[in-house]
Design a protein around this ligand. Structure first.
Ligand code: ADP
Ligand code: ASP
Ligand code: MG
Length: 446
């Protein structure tokens, strides 16, 4: 049972979480928690302040704000601050260190943000205990979550299942585990905290669920389940009863924030279904994510958008009649650990899209060595319509293009792969909301 940021966002929400856990005690739950809602963003904001000498006062205020959010929850739940005092102290030491050296490497940043989940797990475990549900807080790095050293986007090393099982064998209290974090080995003696990427607590839950042979992996959040669109953009988006793993992976990868994109992998490998549920409406069945769908569930599922996308155009002619040209291009991206989201080719150019927030300069420099020209166009978004039905019902792609043409939304690139589960196109970021709204109106209303 994974509870996200808003689900543990204040004392009342934590009480709700405890009620939900209590109602499921006969199923021996393991609990995974995110940081208190908004806290991880505050860490990122604080980091920026700590790096600027002129922001001393603002940095101190932001740090106090973070501590106070937790103090208030502890007070509301009648828990002692002693519970988190050692973590507060460690956090303040780290603040001082970052302030002094005015530097924050990805490794330091992962350590910095880890306090969010480390604090929330202790608070939730203590609250469960205080209402008579024996519980124990665990930091995932201490119970088998050993990862690679890709700070900010780490993956567990093979064998995580056995390590986690061994660590939790014989624990009869409800484990309350930190989402989002793991640790890697730096050398013989030293380890460092890693994170699995923003929103990574969902992934943690799936990894623990898989390791423990769970009956189901539950993602408890602030909406009814996976909806036909982000309800913050489309008011009348509705909840889907069932999704396939493939559909959910596509949706998550292409922007639906409700699930971290890697969540489906361990669940799928171990044949465990996922259920997305609403902490504020626990009686509702939510969305079940399974391997294969019955005929009645073969419908269009959702429209989503991934923002902060950049398009890289590599121009070189002639190109496609040369062996290995695509390999040369993709090697450059993989050598620099840059993930390609979408790709389109012609005889004279290859267009690829990737995340705008990665440093593309070394990639572009390398690509220029064997092409005529490399263009980089930022502030784009990928809009995707997802559903296994896409391949079976003719005309959906045409309809999507017709609608966006009518709405005067320009198209930079299109992708419609052989599995026909996702029709995507790239447009300017400023069209993102409009595209989602008009596609939802046209494709999902009836
Ligand atoms: P948590 O803190 O519980 O992990 P997140 O904020 O990460 O919650 O994810 C839940 C949010 O995802 C929802 O509040 C909703 O705004 C957003 N969202 C985006 N796309 C979808 C979708 N297709 N279905 C449901 N929620 C979506
Ligand atoms: N707290 C982390 C984040 O905000 C992880 C999570 O919430 O899943 O990204
Ligand atoms: Mg999330």
């Amino acid at each position: 049972m994974k509870f996200g940021g808003t689900s543990v966002g204040n004392a009342n929400q934590i009480r709700r979480v405890a009620e939900i856990v209590k109602a499921n005690l006969d199923r021996s739950p393991a609990v995974v928690v995110s940081a208190v809602g908004g806290i991880t963003n505050k860490f990122f904001a604080l980091k920026e302040l700590l790096l600027q000498p002129s922001k001393r006062v603002e940095a101190a205020a932001k740090r106090e704000e973070i501590l106070n959010v937790h103090r208030e929850i502890l007070k509301d739940l009648s828990l002692s601050e002693d519970l988190v005092e050692p973590l507060f102290k460690e956090f303040e030491d780290l603040n001082r260190g970052m302030w002094l050296i005015r530097e924050c490497t990805p490794r330091t940043m992962d350590y910095f943000v880890s306090f969010g989940e480390r604090l929330s797990s202790r608070i939730v475990a203590a609250h469960l205990d205080s209402i008579g549900i024996p519980a124990q807080a665990f930091e995932a790095p201490d119970i088998g979550m050993i990862t690679d050293d890709n700070f900010g986007g780490a993956k567990p090393l093979p064998g995580y299942e056995r390590r986690i099982q061994e660590a939790l064998t014989g624990i009869d209290k409800v484990p309350v585990i930190t989402g989002y974090i793991g640790k890697c080995q730096i050398d013989k003696e030293r380890t460092a905290i890693t994170t699995l990427g923003r929103g990574g607590s969902d992934y943690t839950a799936a990894l623990f669920g898989a390791a423990l042979g769970a009956e189901e992996i539950q993602i408890w959040t602030d909406v009814d389940g996976v909806l036909t669109a982000d309800p913050r953009i489309v008011e009348d988006a509705y909840c889907l009863k069932k999704l396939s793993f493939k559909e959910a992976s596509e949706l998550a990868f292409y922007g639906a924030k409700v699930l971290h994109p890697s969540t489906m992998n361990p669940a799928r490998q171990h044949g465990i279904s996922i259920r997305v549920l609403n902490t504020n409406r626990p009686e509702y069945e939510g969305t079940q994510i399974v391997e294969s769908l019955g005929a009645e569930d073969l419908t269009l599922k959702s429209v989503t958008a991934k923002k902060d996308v950049v398009v890289v155009n590599v121009i070189a002619s002639p190109m496609l009649d040369q062996y290995g040209f695509m390999k040369k291009i993709s090697d450059v991206f993989s050598d620099h650990k840059v993930i390609i989201d979408m790709i389109a080719t012609s005889e004279v150019s290859v267009s690829m899209s990737t995340d705008q927030n990665v440093d593309l300069d070394p990639v572009v420099k390398k690509l220029k060595e064997f092409s005529e020209e490399v263009e980089v166009k930022g502030d784009k978004c990928i809009v995707s319509v997802v559903g296994q039905l896409l391949g079976e019902r003719r005309g959906i792609a045409a309809k999507v293009l017709e609608i966006i043409h009518e709405e005067a939304i320009p198209v930079d690139m299109i992708s419609y792969g052989a599995t026909r589960i996702n029709f995507s196109f790239i447009t300017g970021q400023e069209y993102s909301r409009k595209a989602i709204k008009c596609l939802h109106d046209a494709l999902f209303k009836n």
